[in-house]
Design a protein around this ligand. Structure first.
Ligand code: GDP
Ligand code: MG
Length: 319
């Protein structure tokens, strides 16, 4: 399929070229363009290949389960393996944005001065069309960068977070001992998309029991089709992180196609529908389409509501 032509923008051209050439200095700008969406994003996106190659791993779990601490330890280990990593945190309380939560500022600032590490916190605010649409654009953009792995952090709270995790090739769900996380996770449908379960805070009491419970649940005949590894970590001490990375990299190398097949279609459909509505909005706001003008007049004369007008306009257009 050929892409519809958009007017070229010199800035977008340079940005796309540098991004594809692996220039990390332009990443912040490219991510902002993607996050904000709109015309600039359409121009940039047109210049990028359809699919990027960088593998993505999503981390989710309750607030305070240790996602950020674990990702921080992961960054250290990946760098020791000479692998470059980009982190996108969709978590308003994330220390990546707050800066002060982790306490260990030296460790974080080491990452910040390291060109092999890119960290960005995003919020729903400012992103056109909500969290998951903005996330999709940002992750698509990073997939064209020169990193070896993209890490996504989300609090596993709602549908938009589940949507974000579906963008990831590998999904890691973090539980903590005795917190009822496992039950919450099942409720929100997160476990269905987990590829790896991690019990973090193994230094706490009852941790082995939690691991055992999750392993038992994995082995139930009803779960036979979706049995995933259960790993243990102590994020604050970096324990278990090496094994977790091995597992992530192994799954990332094989799971891209699997995920696209499993739930990719529905997810892509959602994104296409969203993109259609964005594009429609852009075109309609710029046009003086006759039927729309007439409906606006009707609303002003209080002859119909905005909702009635919207339905009337669409029914006139759609088959
Ligand atoms: N005891 C213990 N505390 C941990 C561990 N991992 C993280 N924490 C602490 O849990 C708190 C929340 O961690 P954070 O990474 O911000 O959680 P997030 O909200 O999931 O990103 C912090 O005080 C961490 O120091 C662990 O393995 N053991
Ligand atoms: Mg966090």
């Amino acid at each position: 399929m050929t892409r519809p032509r958009q007017p070229r923008h010199a800035g977008s051209q340079g940005l796309a070229e540098r991004l594809l050439a692996g220039d990390r200095k332009v990443l912040g700008r490219a991510v902002s363009v993607a996050e904000n969406g709109g015309e600039r994003w359409l121009q940039l996106n047109e210049l990028l290949p359809i699919a990027g190659n960088v593998a993505t791993v999503g981390f989710t779990g309750g607030a305070g389960s240790g996602k950020s601490t674990l990702i921080d330890a992961l960054i250290g280990d990946l760098r020791a393996r000479d692998l470059a990593v980009a982190v996108v945190a969709f978590d308003p309380s994330s220390p990546f944005s707050g800066g002060a939560v982790l306490g260990d500022r030296c460790r974080m600032s080491r990452h910040h001065s390291d060109r092999g590490v890119f960290i960005r916190s995003l919020s729903a605010r400012g992103s056109v069309g909500g969290l998951s649409a903005g996330a999709g654009r940002v992750i698509d953009t990073l997939r064209h960068s020169a990193f070896d792995l993209i890490v996504i952090e989300t609090v596993g709270a709602g549908q938009s977070e589940v949507d974000i995790l579906k963008l990831a090739d590998v999904c890691v769900v973090i539980c903590t001992p005795n917190s009822g996380d496992d039950i919450q996770a099942i409720k929100s449908g997160i476990l269905e998309i987990a590829d790896i379960l991690v019990v973090n805070k193994m230094d706490l009491a009852e941790s082995h029991r939690t691991v055992q419970q999750l392993k038992t649940a994995q082995n139930l005949p009803s779960n036979a089709a979706h049995s995933v590894p259960v790993l243990s970590t102590i994020a604050t001490e970096g324990k278990g992180v090496d094994t977790l990375i091995d597992q992530i990299l192994e799954q990332a190398s094989t799971s891209h196609r699997k995920r696209r097949g499993r739930d990719g279609r529905e997810h892509i459909r959602r994104r296409v529908v969203h993109a259609v509505s964005q594009e429609l909005e852009r075109r309609l706001l710029d046009s003086s389409e006759e039927h729309l003008e007439r409906l606006c007049q009707d609303i002003l004369r209080e002859e119909c509501s905005v909702e009635d007008a919207a339905v009337a306009w669409l029914e006139n257009k759609l088959p």
